[in-house]
Design a protein around this ligand. Structure first.
Ligand code: SF4
Length: 667
């Protein structure tokens, strides 16, 4: 499917350029063939920012695992006034070869389908002021060129642009991928010994935690030092895919290597059944159940064919959300982990380096056992003090999203969490920090290991060698350089936060960086309170929910009239903890619905999704992109705020003892 690009790029006569403008009418007229715009007619400010991958290929579109099928529904998630702006085949049949947007194209989930939908619609060049890191990597791996608005202006003026201008900013290995037209063509050239990987010759230097992990995994130059921008070929300790992505991995492996392909070191990799486990409970998903069933079957076929570890559902119950189970049983300090999901970064709480990759990259790495990496820059957060009562790691993360991610200080960097304040955070709270690195558009996140790290892992894996565990941990060198700076955060200064849903229909995206103090938010009545997902379905999150619910029950309250409160556990071990500690009885008394492990409403595929535009949800999940968890408005908040709001009926920060001191008005 991928062809080597020519040495000089020209626009193809008869092919078109599509500008994704903030004004939906301009998009509508371009799609209808009534308007051909030029870059000189517009400014970058006229173009849509923060186009997220859920908009490009919403979850239901990804039920098509063949790229040629999902391309027909490209941008199905771009909804204006309740209607699809891109009807079926709008991009596919529009003869476009360039697509243009504003800042941060491709934020959100790591789904490579977003790139495939454009590529298989005929797009050869994506133009934007900046691209989300995983999305950019997916473009590169799929052989889609990326450039800026100035270059587009030259192309539209009829100039030829040398291919070199599309890759010269990249590291040497990424340059090779672009020049070959994608990752698979390059991997084949390497297998045929037509090219050699560039050597890494970085001299001895102090390193960050992420740099140390990568240096240790570099093939051919193990234990040499590395620095940001170095190109490496690295060994991968492990990884996983889930039923939403595995079928594509299988598809690409068969396309590239034939149906009798084999993968290296199958025991290090795994499949999970977690994302679509309750899709049949969402009326909007029912038309897709055949496709979902096919995805499940294809994952089973893949697991049997390859022999990777199997975390399939048993009797319709998932063992848990992949990232939660992976940190419990698979990921160890010092590991380098790659999986087909943007929240793979959650594994960084175990002092590992982990990030999400697309199906192409994953298929390539499990086939070969290695992958290519450009060493990322780092940003360091030194945590001091202790969070006040009623404040959680989710509030800290919403604060970091507002103060550091919004001004792009975390963009494409590894977020390193260190300092004495770490000791005051449980492993589950540390996991909230690393989980939401992807909302910060960071490459990943890693937490310094301490005795609590080892205790937590050893408790779950009694067979593990504790000495080796400690030896594999990484810590930053005292003089390590942080391009993103070193930032001290006093945990005592953090207050309950929300991220509000913006006004997407009028160009203000619903975004996790829309932070605000709960006390600053006007009275917001809610319809749904949802506690769950990989970021908020851990044991400590359930303890938070239970703390509030128990207080409310003691005060004689039940969930507010007109509100549904759903809690979904992250894994079977979390569920077991809740049962053993009597949580389920408390939840039942309050009228809380408890759901078995899985992703569920977080991805619009389970109980708790909104059903119309007017509904308001307060949710402890990690992202509030419009449409992801139903059509309504979604506020992100901590587990404590979600639970307190469920009883007051409006977004409310939790204060210990609040229900006993004053009886809230129910709405
Ligand atoms: S819970 Fe949500 S964010 Fe986490 S892996 Fe599942 S779908 Fe992704």
């Amino acid at each position: 499917m991928s062809l080597k690009p020519p040495q000089t790029l020209h626009l193809t006569p008869g092919k078109r350029v599509l500008f994704l403008t903030k004004d939906p009418e301009l998009i509508r007229r371009q799609l209808a063939g009534e308007l051909d715009l030029k870059m000189e007619d517009l400014t970058v400010d006229d173009l849509l920012d923060d186009i997220n991958t859920d908009v490009m290929t919403p979850a239901w579109v990804c039920f098509n695992h063949r790229p040629e099928d999902l391309a027909r529904e490209a941008y199905a998630g771009l909804i204006v006034d309740g209607e699809r702006l891109f009807e079926r085949d709008a991009l596919y049949g529009g003869d476009f070869e360039v697509i243009v947007s504003g800042h941060r194209k491709g934020v959100g989930s790591s789904r490579e389908t977003a790139v495939q939908a454009e590529k298989w619609s005929g797009i050869k060049i994506a133009v934007a002021a900046s691209f989300a890191p995983i999305h950019a990597a997916n473009n590169i791996n799929q052989g889609v060129l990326m450039t800026d608005h100035e270059t587009l202006q030259r192309l539209q003026a009829g100039d030829g642009v040398p291919l070199e201008e599309f890759y010269r900013e990249y590291d040497p290995i990424t340059q090779l991928i672009v020049r070959h037209g994608g990752l698979f063509p390059l991997a084949k050239s390497v297998a045929r010994k037509e090219i050699e990987w560039p050597a890494n010759n970085t001299e001895s230097r102090p390193m960050t935690m992420a740099e140390k992990v990568l240096a240790r995994h570099a093939l051919g130059a193990r234990d040499r030092c590395v620095k940001p921008g170095d190109s490496l070929v690295v060994e991968v300790d492990g990884g996983y895919s889930h039923e939403f992505t595995t079928a594509q991995v299988q598809y690409f492996l068969e396309q590239e290597h034939g149906t009798d392909y084999r993968i290296e070191a199958a025991g290090r990799f795994a499949v999970f059944e977690d994302h679509l486990i309750y899709a049949d409970e969402v009326p909007r998903m029912r038309p897709f159940m055949d496709k979902i069933e096919r995805l499940r079957e294809l994952q089973v076929e893949f697991q049997r064919h390859t022999g990777v570890q199997d975390f399939s559902a048993k009797d319709g119950v998932s063992p848990g959300i992949c990232h939660e189970v992976a940190r419990e049983v698979l990921i160890s300090p010092g590991d380098f982990i790659q999986a087909t999901d943007s929240h793979t970064c959650m594994g960084g709480c175990n002092n590992a380096l982990a990030w999400g990759v697309g199906a192409t990259e994953y298929a390539n790495l499990i086939h070969s056992g290695f992958t290519t990496v450009e060493v990322p820059e780092s940003i360091r957060f030194e945590l001091v003090g202790r969070l006040p009562e009623g404040v959680t790691a989710k509030d800290l993360m919403l604060y970091i999203l507002l103060e550091f991610a919004r001004p792009q200080m975390t963009l494409n960097r590894v977020m390193e969490f260190t300092g004495p304040g770490i000791a005051s955070l449980s492993m589950d709270e540390r996991a909230t920090l690393t989980n939401m690195a992807t909302e910060c558009s960071a490459r990943g996140a890693i937490v310094e290991a301490d005795e609590e790290t080892y205790r937590w892992i050893e408790q779950r894996r009694p067979e593990i060698d504790g000495v080796e565990l400690r030896q594999r941990a990484v810590e930053a060198d005292p003089e390590a350089h942080y391009d993103g700076g070193v930032h001290t955060i006093d945990l005592a200064s953090i207050q309950p936060m929300v991220a509000h849903p913006g006004d997407p229909d009028h160009g203000v995206p619903s975004d996790p960086t829309n932070g605000a103090l709960v006390e600053e938010v006007d009275e917001v009545a809610i319809d749904i309170a949802y506690g769950g997902s990989c970021t908020a379905g851990k044991i400590d999150d359930l303890i938070f929910y239970h703390q509030v619910v128990a207080e409310a029950v003691e005060a004689g309250l039940t969930v507010a009239r007109g509100v549904v409160f759903l809690i979904q556990v992250g894994s079977k071990s979390v569920e077991k903890y809740c049962r053993e500690n009597g949580f389920m009885e408390t939840f039942a008394k309050a009228g809380v619905t408890v759901i078995q492990p899985g992703c569920g409403a977080c991805i619009g595929c389970g109980p708790g999704v909104s059903e119309n535009d007017d509904q308001v949800t307060v949710s402890a999940i990690n992202r509030n992109y419009k449409g992801r968890s139903g059509p309504g408005k979604l506020y992100l908040a901590s587990p404590l705020t979600v639970a307190a709001s469920a009883f007051t009926g409006r977004i409310t920060a939790y204060r210990p003892g609040m229900f006993l001191q004053e009886q809230p008005q129910t709405i």
